[in-house]
Design a protein around this ligand. Structure first.
Ligand SMILES: [Zn+2]
Length: 235
C-alpha cells in the first residue's frame, strides 16, 4: 500500500538511498551512504534492492546499534562517561565487539586503544562553603550545585553561632543579610524583630568536579585542509 517516492534526479551527485535495517527487534531508517563505513552492512544492502516492506535483517543488539548508527552518521567517537562513576567500561567493551562485528575498523581501533581515556578529563577545584541552619544543610545540593556542577564533600565542621535570620523566614537568606536585603525582605526601618538568632553553622570543605571533553579527540577527521583565519595579513 505504500509507495516509494523515487526522486528523479537527472544528474549531479548520487542521490541519497534510504535503507531500512531491522536490527534484532527494532527498525532503523538510514541511507546506503551512511552505512558505507561498515563493510558488513554495505554488503548486506547490496544483496538486493531496498524495500521498505522488507527491511534488511541483522540479528544483533538494537540498543548497541543505536551507538553504532550515531557514529556512522556523525563520525564522532562515543563517550560513555559520568562525572561520578567515570567511564562505562562494559559498554565500551560491548561496543568494540559490535564495531568488529559490523567491521567498522576506525571505531573498533579507537575503543581498543582506549582513546576515550584521553578525551575526557576531570578538573577538581577545592571550595569552602558556609551554611547556616539545618534547612540550608538539607539543601546542600541546591546551595552548591548552582552551576550544574558535581561535588564531593571532604569535611563538615559544625558549630553554633548567632547568625542573621531572614525576618520572612526564608531559610535561603539566613546568614546572608545582603541577599535578604536585595530580595526586599528587610524593612526599610528597623522593626522589633530580632534579626540574629543562634543556629547551627556548617563549614564544609568540598571539591567541585568539572568534566572537560577534548572535542578534537572525538571529532571526525576533516578532509578539508585547514583554512587560514579570515583577517590574516590585512596589511
Ligand atoms: Zn529574607
Amino acid at each position: 500500500m505504500s509507495s516509494v517516492a523515487s526522486a528523479s534526479v537527472d544528474a549531479g551527485p548520487r542521490p541519497i538511498e534510504p535503507i531500512v535495517l531491522q536490527i534484532g527487534e527494532k527498525k532503523f531508517y538510514t541511507t546506503r551512504q551512511t552505512i558505507a563505513e561498515s563493510s558488513v552492512l554495505s554488503s548486506l544492502v547490496n544483496l538486493r534492492d531496498p524495500d521498505p516492506e522488507k527491511p534488511f535483517f541483522v540479528d544483533a543488539d538494537p540498543a548497541l546499534f543505536e551507538h553504532i548508527l550515531r557514529y556512522l552518521r556523525t563520525g564522532i567517537f562515543p563517550l560513555f562517561h559520568d562525572v561520578e562513576r567515570g567511564h562505562d567500561m562494559p559498554l565500551y567493551h560491548a561496543l568494540q565487539h559490535q564495531a568488529e562485528f559490523y567491521q567498522i575498523e576506525r571505531l573498533a581501533n579507537w575503543i581498543l586503544a582506549r582513546a576515550y581515556l584521553d578525551a575526557v578529563s576531570t578538573k577538581t577545584s577545592p571550595r569552602s562553603v558556609t551554611l547556616h541552619g539545618e534547612q540550608q544543610l538539607a539543601h546542600l545540593d541546591e546551595m552548591v550545585r548552582a552551576a550544574g556542577r558535581t561535588f564531593k564533600i571532604l569535611k563538615i565542621d559544625e558549630s553554633k553561632a548567632r547568625v542573621f535570620q531572614c525576618p520572612n523566614r526564608n531559610w535561603r537568606h539566613d546568614g546572608l543579610r545582603s541577599v535578604c536585603f536585595n530580595s526586599r525582605c528587610l524593612p526599610t526601618h528597623r522593626g522589633s524583630v530580632p534579626l540574629t538568632v543562634e543556629m547551627q553553622v556548617f563549614k564544609i570543605d568540598l571539591v567541585i568536579l568539572e568534566v572537560r571533553i577534548h572535542q578534537e579527540l572525538v571529532m571526525p577527521i576533516s578532509e578539508q585542509p585547514a583554512l587560514p583565519p579570515p583577517y590574516q595579513n590585512t596589511q
